[in-house]
Design a protein around this ligand. Structure first.
Ligand code: ZN
Length: 467
């Protein structure tokens, strides 16, 4: 049977770490990545007896902003629940999460041309981390636990099973990352563990309304891995079903080194966790005035901004800049200071985005003016830009200090052009004999002798002298 006859059905669960200074239910600071193990802990996040958790308002606010940006409904009441299970990275024996009264429900997000429904966005706490150390020679295996992450806030964004391909899942996660950053809810850096995706995947015969048996992939921490892991899993399920087998509902991991998914454990059901209301935290009644205030303060969302940028920029440039709040702000502020839109877009995409360092809009506008007027070359502009970002000094100061300003003075450049022709008699005669590409060698020598020479004026002089 043709494999085209299958439809892919994917639901996405994404965990993102709200941008907060402290943990979810205690005063501990959120540990930096390289902090020594177990140095950001207290009796609350260690789950010692007799302590009381207090919800972090900044984390609640981050969830509400995200939910509003995703067009979710915010119910009047919400509560926390205990999800009970035993694992060494969870000293309390339960995780504080949200079960039947999440902070928000029924939203949606535009992914390309399609709308993906959002089932809920809720708030919970992270667990610790196990570190497995082994000594193969002596067959001694030890595991350590680092509880720095225990109690760090996490929001979980759950979609309806509306995603239809591995590529679309990747696009969904990227759109979500841009949205989280735009509203300031999370830095959502996957490499730093601030965002991870857990897609659940099933396939069914095209046209069927019934859902197939799904598998869930755990803790995918890059867009590339997400796309590949889903593509692998879809192919695996097709092979199982087409050879007459059945897909087992289970949790699977992704092996980056082997580029395949592998079975981890059979899927738990909600009843396995024996959820019950967290007795130490009263249900929250969310103030409607606060919610409306947050709604009113939402910034322009990435999809809207992208559409607006696409009116002045080529689509590929608009997509890149519009998907990143910092780049989009820089673009608009530099243009507001008189920088031309097209050149600003090109410099942001080619120079600034890859370097990961942002100049001030004033400095970018000043630099682009100098390059545009020809008072420095593009190559010099690149160096000045990077130096300006490193030091915070203005491009004009840097150009003056390096003596970069381009020489456009004709009499000075004429002497230079004559010297170049004298020093390269072969190239000069080749050019006169009609081999136009010989000009490249002459210009290369000229630039080597005088990097600050204005190339346009210098080339005109060479042409005149050779003509
Ligand atoms: Zn703590």
């Amino acid at each position: 049977m043709s494999s085209d006859a299958w439809e892919v059905v994917i639901g996405m669960e994404v965990h993102a770490q709200p941008r907060t200074r402290s943990k979810m239910f205690c005063g501990c600071a959120v540990a930096p990545l390289n902090a020594p193990p177990n140095t950001y802990v207290c009796e609350v996040c260690l789950g010692l007896p007799g302590v009381l958790p207090v919800p972090n308002k900044a984390a609640v606010e981050a969830v509400l902003k995200t939910a509003l940006a995703l067009n979710c409904e915010i119910p009047r009441h919400t509560k926390f629940d205990r999800k009970n299970y035993m694992y060494p990275d969870l000293p309390k024996g339960y995780q504080i999460s949200q079960y039947d009264l999440p902070m928000s429900v029924n939203g949606s997000i535009e992914v390309g041309e399609r709308k993906v429904r959002i089932r809920r966005v809720h708030l919970e706490e992270d667990t610790g981390k196990l570190i497995h150390a082994g000594d193969k020679l002596h067959k001694a295996w030890e595991s350590y636990v680092d509880l720095n992450r225990a109690g760090v806030p996490l929001m979980e964004i759950v979609s309806e099973p509306d995603v239809r391909s591995a590529d679309e899942a990747r696009e969904y996660a990227m759109e979500l990352q841009a949205l989280l950053r735009a509203v300031g809810a999370s830095d959502a850096d996957m490499e730093k563990g601030q965002m991870r995706a857990e897609p659940n995947i099933s396939i069914r015969r095209a046209g069927s309304e019934e859902l197939g048996v799904k598998t869930e992939l755990k803790n995918i921490n890059s867009f590339r891995a997400l796309q590949r892991a889903i593509a692998f899993e879809v192919e695996r399920q097709k092979q199982v079903l087409e050879s007459g087998g059945t897909v087992v509902q289970e949790t699977r991991g992704w092996s980056e080194s082997e580029q395949r998914t592998f079975s981890q454990r059979s899927k738990e059901l909600a009843e396995d966790y024996r959820y019950f209301p967290e007795p130490d935290i009263p249900p929250l009644e969310l103030d409607r005035g606060w919610i409306e205030e947050l709604r009113g303060a939402l910034p322009e969302l990435p999809s809207v901004r992208r559409a607006r940028l696409a009116t002045t920029l080529p689509p590929s440039v608009a997509v890149l800049i519009g998907g990143d709040r910092d780049l989009a702000d820089l673009f608009e502020q530099a243009v507001a200071r008189g920088a031309p839109a097209a050149a600003t877009g090109t410099w942001i995409v080619n120079e600034i985005a890859p370097s990961g360092k942002l100049p001030s809009p004033e400095n970018l506008a000043e630099l682009l003016r100098m390059v545009g007027e020809g008072s420095i070359t593009r190559d010099q502009g690149r160096e000045v830009l990077m130096e300006s970002v490193e030091t915070g000094r203005t491009p004009a100061e840097i150009v003056a200090e390096h003596g970069y300003a381009q020489v456009s003075d004709e009499s000075e450049l004429r002497v230079l052009a004559e010297a170049v022709i004298d020093a390269n008699p072969k190239a000069a005669s080749d050019y006169r004999a009609g081999r136009k590409q010989a000009m490249q060698a002459l210009m290369a020598d000229l630039r080597k002798r005088a990097p600050q020479a204005n190339p346009k004026v210098a080339m005109e002089l060479l042409l005149k002298l050779l003509g």
